[in-house]
Design a protein around this ligand. Structure first.
Ligand code: AR6
Length: 334
């Protein structure tokens, strides 16, 4: 997954570079800055003293010293006043400048805290949105693995409205699997003798109604594997492979594997990620999942959240992942 939101202490991240939410002096402070200096040791402060500070919105790089990370990229976020002082542009610039520095130093993995969202007071949901927007834009053009590291649950917030909308949707749709077993088994497509008989009868009837070449095409689609369906849909949507896997938050290597193995069985989050990237309808998503041996069920919060976004026509995988994370569900992508 090129962009991942994780809960961790950033000083523990084993990545090429971690990003520090610093102040203009670059001489240390509280919050994540204090934690990074504490974990890296005094040599970090010594190197920082040679840098001559850093302007808000800019970034500078040092070694990681005692940290598991090779580099620390120090960036200075804006102090939030009322949102009308150019705070957003400055925060965006922090992410862009840090990513550019990471790229210039050939970093393959980078971890960010939510810059400005602590002492500097940037509203957390908006700070998270800026982080996701800028990082995902960057990942459309670049190969890198980027983590957004959330330290504590309180530091993480999607917008109240989205959270309550999804919570309501879950309440309305959640079905205890034991109370509605028959319906669930129908959803999971467990065939009964009667349904097999009906299917065969319907098939004969359909054969009589559908012109032969259409029927052939339809039957071919029934036999299609997940990988074949994926490639067909990419063509039908007029997308390039890269557009598709990037929008799915899937890395190139995994996509190549799926492309070259006609019988590849993806995990459920990977299959859904492609359905989202291809902007499939709910029915098409179910079809695609079936090819990989899965189904969407109302007895599972993860599935209901996916259904919520598809039914709203919101196919932004990063926003979906924000919501999944907020509800403690696994994320989409590889
Ligand atoms: N790992 C990951 N995230 C963390 C950690 C950690 N170990 N510790 C805190 N956070 P802040 P700012 C989160 O205040 O708002 C310093 O004094 C925290 O929950 O560290 O940019 C500097 O020297 C919050 O969501 O940075 C500056 O003076 C996020 O990191 C000033 O604070 C950022 O909180 C910068 O303020």
């Amino acid at each position: 997954m090129p962009l991942e939101i994780v809960r961790n202490d950033i000083t523990k991240m084993t990545v090429d570079a971690i990003v520090n939410a610093a102040n203009e002096s670059l001489l240390g402070g509280g919050g994540v800055d204090g934690a990074i200096h504490y974990a890296a040791g005094l040599e970090l402060l010594a190197e920082c003293k040679t840098l001559g500070g850093c302007k808000t919105g800019k970034a500078k790089i040092t070694g990681g010293y005692q940290l598991p990370a090779k580099y620390v990229i120090h960036t200075v976020g804006p102090i939030y006043k009322d949102g009308k002082q150019g705070e957003k542009a400055l925060l965006e610039s922090c992410y862009r400048e840090s990513l550019a520095l990471a790229k210039a130093h050939n970093c393959e993995t980078v971890a960010f805290p939510l810059i400005s969202s602590g002492v500097y007071g940037y509203p957390k949901d908006q700070a998270l949105k800026v982080a996701i927007d800028i990082i995902s834009d960057f990942l459309l053009e670049n190969e890198m693995k980027v983590y957004i590291v959330i330290f504590d649950k309180a530091a993480y917030k999607i917008s109240e409205k989205l959270f309550s909308d999804i919570a309501e949707y879950i309440d309305d749709n959640y079905v205890d699997e034991h109370t509605d077993y028959h319906r669930e088994s129908m959803r999971m497509n467990m065939p009964t003798q009667a349904s097999i008989g009906m299917f065969e009868a319907n098939l004969c009837e359909c054969k009589a109604m559908i012109p032969e070449e259409d029927l052939d095409a339809k039957l071919k689609q029934i036999d299609e594997s997940f990988s074949q369906m994926l490639l067909r849909k990419i063509d039908e949507k007029g997308m390039t492979d890269a557009e598709c896997y990037k929008k799915a938050n899937i890395d190139r290597k995994l996509f190549s594997k799926i492309r070259s193995d006609v019988h590849y069985k993806p995990s459920k989050p990977t299959a859904i990620a492609f359905a989202i990237s291809l902007e499939l309808s709910l029915d098409e998503t179910e079809d695609m999942l079936k090819k990989a041996g899965f189904a969407l069920s109302h007895s599972n919060k993860f599935d209901i959240i996916i259904e919520y976004f598809i039914s709203k026509g919101n196919y932004n995988i990063f926003e979906i992942n924000e919501a999944l994370f907020a509800f403690d569900q696994s994320l989409l992508g590889a």
